[in-house]
Write a protein that binds this ligand. Structure first.
Ligand code: ARG
Length: 586
């Protein structure tokens, strides 16, 4: 398992070395290498360095060029414009570097230099409630971040901060206590996610109706909240049944999403109950939080309401109850203190940004976060309907996530059926799930998380354009070529002259590792999607211009098969990071 230095980094090193001997005071300066249309790379860093050293930029550039050997790695290097360097790589270096990548399971992608421990808070639905598109975004973006970071060697701890605590349980528990068989299951049958959710909905509606119409029930429900908070055993038992029933539903949705959620990683709000009192005590004793009208509050100079009065973070209400903020602050203490996190990522709707801003600032003041341990909200935008308004049903209700997923799979089934030549019905069903769910995930991941996007199934399952189906087809087409190749095997031939399309594809393949490092550091899964789309596009051009199995010589056939194969492996790996499958046939 050897990591392979990218062509860009090798060239960068050569230019940096030549620069250091041409201008010793610039030792270690970055020549700022970029991909370029004019040559393979352009170095733009010399200009500024020359100005700083009061030297002539073109002269300095010429001296640097003299100090760079050509032949093995660099084919040609020339000064252009006011002092840029245009650099062309040898065909040999491209093929040899790609061959080294092909020989490695990780495609030569290096591990990060200083990996840490990241705790990612994502996929956090609420107990006894239906999942909606917001929960989809958190789950899909979070899962991609987990994979991308783990691929760089980061230790990742997953936390599903489900909403499993709060006053709303008083009503539900009291109702179940008075109607004890409402959540009973026949022992010999497994309950489906759909049934579990419909049981919960039924209970919710019935208890709500009673709560709104029957004053005595309302009083009993309120007393039940107190019992729950006091840890009364019978009350907790009933509460647990709601949580368990909800988990059946959650897992069925995650399963539909082709997503692996592990029970030990589900640590909901209730998981921090034991820490709440101490969290408040620490905040109050250190003066970070103060009592205001009986409530324990943290104030911020720059956060004010519309009336101009400061908006505090309320850690404990005046009636002694703890809310969302106390739980999140306790979770930070747990994640930093017990899990050893060096970074915390919260994949949560942008509409909760003020909450997290206040929570993170409070944690910094308390010393739980600092320069070594940072917290960030990977905030995501709203999912919109085709009309550009937040996604709702015609009746104005939130759209059930399961309905959307089922519809996506249905649409995908017709696309697959239309294209399928030699697929059985069972294969069509399997592919439809992979294509439909992939389409939904890709649509979410291909725009930067912060932006809103339109949920448009027609566009999502389109065979052309920036969709996962397009990428899956590119992959399947390559597999079909490899199957048809017969005795010809992919093999690198560094002695061959490459066409422009082969070079463009090769250079992009070589960039994979740098792209991953960038996406990991910037928490930007959409950059992986953009990379893959460009890869598939470059492959399409290559395929149109360069006959593979009918190439001129056997060596060229093998070399092109080799490019096909490495493209396919890079596509599968990249798609897997986004949680999307690449079926062998479509
Ligand atoms: N359950 C919340 C919701 O559905 C999201 C939880 C986000 N995570 C957190 N640590 N507060 O909106």
């Amino acid at each position: 398992m050897a990591s392979v230095p990218s062509l860009a980094s090798s060239v960068n090193q050569r230019v940096a070395d030549a620069l250091a001997s041409a201008l010793p005071e610039a030792g270690g300066a970055d020549p700022l290498l970029r991909r370029s249309d004019r040559a393979d790379f352009q170095a733009n860093g010399i200009l500024a360095l020359a100005k700083k050293a009061k030297a002539n930029p073109r002269e300095l550039a010429a001296t640097v060029v003299e100090g760079i050997p050509t032949g093995d790695l660099i084919q040609e290097i020339e000064v252009s414009g006011p002092g840029f360097l245009n650099i062309t790589i040898t065909d040999r270096a491209i093929v040899e570097t790609l061959a080294a990548r092909a020989g490695d399971d990780r495609l030569g992608v290096p591990f990060a230099a200083n990996p840490g421990t990241t705790v990612i808070d994502y996929a956090q639905p609420n107990v006894a409630k239906e999942m909606h598109v917001g929960h989809l975004r958190s789950a899909v973006i979070g899962a991609a971040m987990v994979e991308i970071l783990e691929f760089t060697g980061e230790k990742v701890v997953r936390r599903h901060h489900i909403g499993d605590w709060g006053t709303q349980f008083g009503m539900l528990i009291q109702y179940l206590l008075e109607h004890p068989h409402e959540l009973d299951h026949k022992s010999d049958e497994e309950v489906s996610g759909e049934e579990a959710m419909s049981n919960l909905n039924r209970l919710y509606k019935a208890s709500r109706a009673l709560f709104d119409s029957d004053e005595e029930f309302k009083t009993r429900a309120r007393a039940r909240v107190v019992d729950l908070q006091a840890g009364d055993a019978q009350t907790l038992d009933l509460w647990q049944r709601f949580v368990d029933e909800s988990k059946i539903y959650f897992y069925s949705v995650f399963n539909k999403l082709d997503m692996d959620i592990q029970d030990p990683d589900v640590v909901g709000e209730s998981g921090y109950n034991d820490m709440l009192v101490e969290t408040c005590k620490l905040l109050e004793e250190s003066g970070v939080a103060v009592r205001s009208n009986g409530a324990l509050c943290v104030f911020f100079d720059d956060i004010k309401g519309q009336d101009g009065n400061p908006t505090p973070l309320i850690v404990q209400k005046s009636d002694g109850g703890f809310g969302y903020a106390a739980t999140d602050l306790s979770a930070i203490r747990d994640r930093v203190g017990n899990l050893g996190a060096t970074e915390l990522i919260y994949v949560v709707d942008a509409r909760q940004s003020l909450h997290f801003k206040m929570v993170f600032e409070t944690a910094r003041r308390a010393g739980w976060l600092n320069d070594e341990v940072k917290a960030v909200q990977l905030a995501f935008g709203t999912v919109l309907g085709k009309d550009g308004k937040p996604f709702k049903t015609r009746e104005g209700e939130t759209v059930r996530l399961v309905d959307l997923l089922d519809e996506a799979v249905d649409r995908a089934a017709s696309v697959v059926r239309e294209k399928a030549q030699d697929l059985t019905e069972a294969e069509i069903a399997e592919r439809a799930a992979q294509v439909g769910i992939g389409a939904v995930k890709y649509a979410d991941l291909s725009t930067s998380a912060a932006r809103d996007y339109k949920f448009d199934l027609d566009q999502m399952v389109s065979l052309t354009g920036d969709t996962s189906v397009y990428l899956q087809y590119a992959y399947a087409r390559i597999q079909s070529i490899l199957r048809k190749a017969g005795d010809a095997r992919p093999a690198a031939h560094p002695e061959l002259v490459l066409t422009p399309a082969e070079r463009a594809l090769g250079l992009h393949l070589d960039h994979f590792g740098e792209l991953i490092a960038e996406a990991a550091a910037e928490h930007a899964p959409h950059k992986v999607a953009a990379y893959l789309y460009q890869l598939a596009s470059l492959y399409t051009t290559f395929y149109a211009e360069c006959p593979v199995l009918k190439a001129d010589t056997p060596e060229q056939v093998e070399n092109r098969l080799f490019l096909c194969d490495l493209t396919a492996r890079t596509l599968t790996k990249g798609m897997a990071l986004l949680g999307i499958r690449t079926p062998e046939k479509l």
